[in-house]
Design a binder for this molecule. Structure first.
Ligand SMILES: [Zn+2]
Length: 491
């Protein structure tokens, strides 16, 4: 068990956890957002982040501090917490981002970790190599090897009670991400950023982000706190949490504000295009778009940054509540409707339903079937697997209608799309209590047919009859041929 992290509640791959940060003397509740602070620019002061927005943790770049003489001297003299005036936990990045942008940096993992500890960082970072997407396999392997050597070097640095990040790289090669996760997990380092996903997000490749995270998670243990590094748009937090990410950092709130961009949970708007502000935060309650547009540049930037942060923190709270209530996937489905690329992300998430099913609670409040993607949720998969273990009589009527009134069959089971058949005794148990629309879609019927197929194949000696309500051919052709089929709507 990793001492610094405890998982308290789960839904799908998402969890509510506590990250104990000993040198700061604080415990951060996850999922958590780390606002990015540029030590040279102060859009919103760290004190305000803590007091007004409830930020428990932030991230700043130790390499910028290291390279700026007066800031470095002051950081060494008074420490990072006093320099930034922030009471919570402070994570520091190492300059890997600068390495990726400019090709080189003049500091080693040992030097930067010692420096991070000397200025009082609570979570330090080695100099890993953020390998971009789609590079050659050879380059991805070479750079991963370098990253892994540096993680090993980081273990030998005297870091006291500072926690240390172990970034997981491997470009867009799932097997490399998985083995990188396994290697990082085997070190004695503490927090696990999935690195170099920013280029994927900039290109709206949310499905590839999901595959990369799923691979890293297969390598990491379930007790590893995972940081989706560089993911700051609230639109994708629900998806990230559902995959099992615990930490997010946002530079977006400030960067977008600088360009008059207004964040929402369903995408980004330009301030100039807005006639109304669709948000209840104090900034939007007190200003009209015209008010904001007429502010001087620096005031407008601060107000927009404040709005962007309100939206971002509110989404984190909404997600935590969804994990508690067991309706995180319903929230992911809503967010997936905001943009076709988000829908791709959700569909990619469902490709990993088997992996997610392992951490998904067996019982929750309600299953709402809200899109045809719902037919591929982990609960459907789990029910289909359960069908193989149920005991069945010699002859069985599977029906969408009433029980058979004849003694033609030994038993009659209900068929409910998207789950398929189940004994009536189970009808009060999750997920069979699902709320499903009356106007069933083809995906739900096909999933129900797959359930029948699983049951039939597991019980070769039983005679099956299916009473369905005018299923389309695409569903009926998934039902094994030896099942007698009757349409209840005929006559
Ligand atoms: Zn607002």
């Amino acid at each position: 068990m990793r001492e610094c992290f405890e998982v308290r509640d789960t839904d799908v791959g998402g969890r509510i956890g506590s990250l104990t940060v000993p040198s700061a003397g604080v415990t951060v509740e996850t999922p958590a957002l780390l606002p990015v602070i540029n030590p040279n620019l102060d859009t919103i002061s760290p004190r305000r982040l803590a007091e007004e927005f409830g930020a428990e943790i932030l991230i700043t770049n130790s390499y910028i501090i290291y390279g700026t003489d007066d800031v470095r001297e002051r950081a060494l003299e008074v420490g990072l917490h006093e320099l930034l005036e922030f009471p919570g936990a402070i994570m520091t990045d190492s300059g890997s981002f600068q390495l990726a942008e400019y090709g080189e940096i003049d500091v080693t993992t040992e030097e930067i970790l010692e420096f991070q500890r000397a200025i009082g960082s609570d979570i330090g970072t080695p100099v890993d190599i953020p390998t971009p997407p789609d590079v050659s396999r050879e380059r991805a392997e070479d750079e991963l090897e370098t990253t892994q050597r540096r993680l090993e070097a980081a273990q030998d640095v005297e870091t006291g009670d500072m926690l240390v990040n172990a970034p997981v790289q491997g470009s867009t090669y799932p097997d490399l991400r998985e083995s990188a996760g396994r290697h990082a997990d085997a070190t004695d380092l503490d927090v696990f950023p999935v690195g170099a996903v920013v280029p994927l997000m900039n290109d709206y490749r949310y499905d590839d982000v999901v595959d990369v995270v799923a691979a890293a998670k297969r390598g990491l243990g379930a007790d590893a706190p995972v940081h989706l590094f560089g993911a700051g748009h609230p639109m994708m937090f629900a998806l990230g949490v559902a995959m099992g990410c615990d930490l997010f950092d946002s530079a977006a709130y400030a960067l977008y504000a600088r360009d008059d961009r207004y964040l929402t949970v369903s995408g980004t708007r330009q301030l100039e295009d807005l006639e109304y502000l669709p948000c209840p935060c104090p900034v939007c309650a007190e200003h009209s778009p015209d008010d904001l547009r007429s502010l001087p540049d620096d005031r407008r930037e601060t107000e927009l940054a404040a709005h962007n942060l309100h939206v971002t923190f509110a989404e984190i709270r909404r997600i935590k509540q969804a994990v508690r209530s067991g309706d995180l996937l319903e929230l992911v489905e809503q967010r997936a409707r905001a943009h076709p690329a988000m829908l791709d992300g959700y569909r990619a998430l469902l490709d990993h339903a088997e992996q997610l099913e392992r951490s998904d609670p067996v019982s929750k409040g309600a299953f709402f079937y809200t899109s045809h993607e719902s037919a591929r949720r982990p609960e459907v998969l789990r029910h289909h697997r359960r069908l193989e273990r149920l005991s069945v009589p010699d002859s069985l009527f599977l029906t969408e209608g009433e029980s058979a009134r004849t003694d033609e069959f030994d038993e009659s089971w209900r068929v409910e799309p998207p789950f398929g058949p189940f004994p009536r005794a189970l009808s009060k148990s999750y997920p069979l209590t699902a709320e499903v629309p009356d106007r069933t879609d083809r995906a739900a019927l096909e999933a129900a047919a797959d359930g029948i197929s699983r049951l039939v194949e597991a019980n070769p000696k039983t005679e099956f009859t299916l009473g369905h309500r005018s299923w389309p051919a695409t569903a009926l052709e998934r039902v094994p041929e030896r099942v007698r089929v009757t349409d209840l709507n005929d006559g």
